[in-house]
Design a protein around this ligand. Sequence first.
Ligand code: HEM
Length: 120
Amino acid sequence: MIKIIHLTFVLLAFASFVGRVLLPITHPNLLQQKAFKIAPHVIDTLLLLSGITLVFQGSWLSGDYGWLVAKIIALLIYIGLGVLVMRSEGTTRWLAFAGAIGCFIYIGIVAVSKNPWFFL
Ligand code: HEM
């Protein structure tokens, strides 16, 4: 059940991140609405809380948790690149956006494969 909630928030977090980058271009007025300002924070918090719940539910800290460490490191890089996307313009913004999407995909594959080095 928690995993379904986690996966739902994974999808919502992806949609809200892409939305925050594309909406200013396509529908700038929408971003002025309170719901659009608050929703990303609520979604990201619930994604984090559901992930932490899964860590304890699955006893991942007492077993082979290398993939979890890789996931959290990639998550921190994703957050850093996300901040750069929101604060920069032009090529830097789009490179940071591509990097953040790459991190998100890496996090998803590591979660499924449980192998931080799946690409080797
Ligand atoms: C961008 C953020 C995240 C993405 C894209 C993501 C993605 C995923 C995916 C796709 C799964 C399903 C894996 C499977 O069914 O085999 C999963 C499960 C899981 N995630 Fe996340 N997750 C994110 C954030 C987090 C965070 C922040 C934590 C913990 C602090 C976390 C901990 C877990 C755990 C423990 C599982 C369950 C693994 C299992 O029992 O098989 N996730 N995640």
